[in-house]
Design a protein around this ligand. Structure first.
Ligand SMILES: NC(=O)c1ccc[n+]([C@@H]2O[C@H](COP(=O)([O-])OP(=O)(O)OC[C@H]3O[C@@H](n4cnc5c(N)ncnc54)[C@H](OP(=O)(O)O)[C@@H]3O)[C@@H](O)[C@H]2O)c1
Length: 360
């Protein structure tokens, strides 16, 4: 495969370039991972939009104003200068949209390693981990695409569900999710439906309402245009995957004190960030959801192994259903990359999950 690297202008994600760098030379202890494939969803666009705020640009630095958006993918060890990492081993983790990544493995065990490269030291540990694709790590053979596409999003959905359960839904009788067509939202709706403790309302755009209804996971589905038609008879919580300030304002003004909880999770509507200051809105004060805090709490409450068992069991149930809803589409990299990136940036069809496969 010819080497390539896809980079975006950090201030304007519509400007991007494909470059063909020479393979980096390996120092002692380093490993060259040849990237096989990776998934691309709105979540990755959010990494780019929030790159400065959350530090996403620091994972894979680039020169000047160029940035490398992280993606979840699978890679094989092509060359190893590290005694404990064998060539040919496959790892799941965080990669740039590139042909290769050079890492410096540390804390190596049979489950995987952590990249100890200097520029990643200050970044959240979860994102520096590379996991062997093995049974012990909960991976199913032949499910690489599902792993990359859904696992990071479903983990957030699982933790959101647990967070609401743990807090008795903040007293809400209904829970409302924006960007109901997104994989993170419908993963959360999947979990909520199983416990059946609250009514689940999905908010989506006109073009995606058919898809959201067809999932059968939401008790009620409405478009953003019809928010004001929603009943305010019951107490409601809002989980915001869209980050659309205009929608947020309308929800708070419509529900007022009946809105007992409001939290931001995503910004799929990255170009609709203008609107009233969230802290000035009526109803519950909008909060930011931070999955690692709830994970840490559950590690304390239950132990890490029990948390992992519960997540794996929910994940397996989700895996059994998800192909009924979304078709995984593979495109070849690097030639399709720029077009597919634009497709996802502008809002790809929710009934497709996109995986980019690097040419041999
Ligand atoms: N905080 C966390 O820990 C965490 C973890 C996981 C995900 N997230 C966030 O959750 C969000 C969903 O991610 P995902 O990967 O699940 O999304 P996805 O499946 O790719 O979602 C696609 C949906 O997002 C909306 N959308 C996407 N691009 C749009 C655009 N340009 N204009 C308008 N709407 C657009 C559309 O939904 P509608 O028409 O239904 O609005 C679309 O169907 C992301 O913002 C992601 O960063 C956060």
């Amino acid at each position: 495969m010819p080497s390539f690297d896809f980079q975006v202008d950090k201030n304007d994600l519509s400007t991007h370039r494909l470059i063909h760098p020479l393979p980096a030379s390996l120092s002692a202890g380093q490993v060259r991972l040849s990237i096989e494939r990776f998934a691309l969803t709105a979540n990755n666009i959010t990494y780019g939009v929030a790159g400065d705020m959350i530090g996403y640009w620091q994972f894979f630095p680039a020169e000047n104003n160029w940035g490398r958006i992280p993606v979840w993918g699978v890679a094989t060890v092509a060359e190893s200068n590290c005694d404990d990492i064998e060539a040919g081993t496959r790892f799941y983790g965080y990669y740039p949209m590139s042909s290769e990544l050079v890492v410096e493995p540390a804390r190596i065990n049979e489950r995987g390693f952590v990249d100890a490269s200097k520029h990643r030291e200050a970044l959240p540990p979860t994102y520096n981990q590379y996991a062997v694709l093995s049974d012990a790590n909960g991976y199913t053979d032949g499910k690489d695409n599902h792993q990359m596409l859904y696992r990071p999003l479903f983990t957030t959905a699982f933790v959101l569900d647990d967070f609401f359960m743990d807090n008795a839904f903040f007293g809400a009788e209904s829970i409302m999710l924006s960007s109901a067509s997104s994989k993170t939202s419908f993963g959360f709706a999947f979990m909520l439906k199983q416990s059946g403790k609250v009514k689940v309302i999905g908010l989506t755009s006109k073009g995606n309402i058919g898809f959201v209804e067809s999932l059968g996971l939401y008790d009620e589905v409405v478009t953003y245009d019809d928010i004001e038609d929603l009943s305010t008879d019951t107490t409601t919580a809002f989980v915001d995957m869209a980050g659309n300030r205009e929608v947020l304002g309308r929800i708070h003004h419509h529900f007022e004190d009946k809105l007992v909880y409001s939290c931001g999770v995503g910004i799929t509507h990255w170009d609709s960030r203008e609107g009233a200051d969230p802290s000035s809105l009526p109803g519950a004060k909008p909060a930011m959801f931070f999955a690692p805090s709830q994970i840490q709490k559950r590690h304390k409450d239950w132990g890490a192994a029990t948390f992992q068992d519960k997540l794996t069991s929910a994940w397996n149930a989700f895996l059994e259903r998800v192909d009924q809803w979304v078709n995984i589409r593979e495109n070849t990299c690097p030639e399709s990359l720029a077009a597919v990136f634009e497709e996802v940036r502008n809002g790809a069809s929710p009934d497709e999950g996109i995986v980019l496969v690097n040419e041999d």
